[in-house]
Design a protein around this ligand. Sequence first.
Ligand code: APR
Length: 248
Amino acid sequence: MIEETRRFPSSLVSALQEAQRVVALTGSGISAESDVSTFREARTGLWARYEPQELATPEAFRRDPRLVWEWYAWRRALVEKARPNPGHLALARLESLVPSFTLVTQNVDGLHKRAGSTGVLELHGNIRRSKCSVEDVIVETPETDEAPPPCPRCGAPLRPDVVWFGEALPQEAVSRASQAVRECELLFSIGTSGAVYPAASLPYKALTNGATVIEVNAEETSLTAHAAYSLRGLAGELLPELIETTFG
Ligand code: APR
């Protein structure tokens, strides 16, 4: 019998080959290889340098709008310099290989869209967009040194269009993600510690609907024991290799 030379169980490969509806849930780990800081890895996690409650909450913005705006402006500049990595590009390719593909991300860096993915559901918003902190409508980020800039419509301070701790997620994105998870046969959970709800509930919803859940993560998480497969390693290496093995 010829030994399987693949790095992946043949049952995983055939599940992906046969899947009609696939969902991918991603977290900051898929952007780590693009040098966009991850959130909870002590050595590099962005939060390790700042107390989250100081910066990413409505209270922090009310208390010190300049500090919060400047932190996001700094992060936005980092994100602008970042490039999609092979993990992002592999998911953009997968979209063209399966009949129905839904990409749900917790990331606010916009790298999936820049990699070519379409219809990305951004559960936590997008740091590259700004919105009025009073009218809650998206506005062009004005080129000004004022921090935060005033809304061009009403003069109230602008804020990043991201979900802060304690805020509701965008309803449209959440309902479309929940529907895709209810209908899928296969769900990838990629580069996320599964520490933040409701995003972290999606793989469990897929499991209760009988879907095959495949985790791709650099370390074990609370999902690992429940997933059908847990591939340990870097998304930028594992995803291109799995898609190449499966689809050629
Ligand atoms: N490939 C695969 N996994 C990776 C890689 C990589 N190259 N690098 C890091 N990881 C894994 C880490 O092991 C970790 O389990 O990605 C996970 C990142 O977890 P977090 O840092 O907790 O990020 P995330 O799960 O996206 O956080 C969720 O929390 O702070 C809030 O709103 C913020 O969207 C964020 C949410």
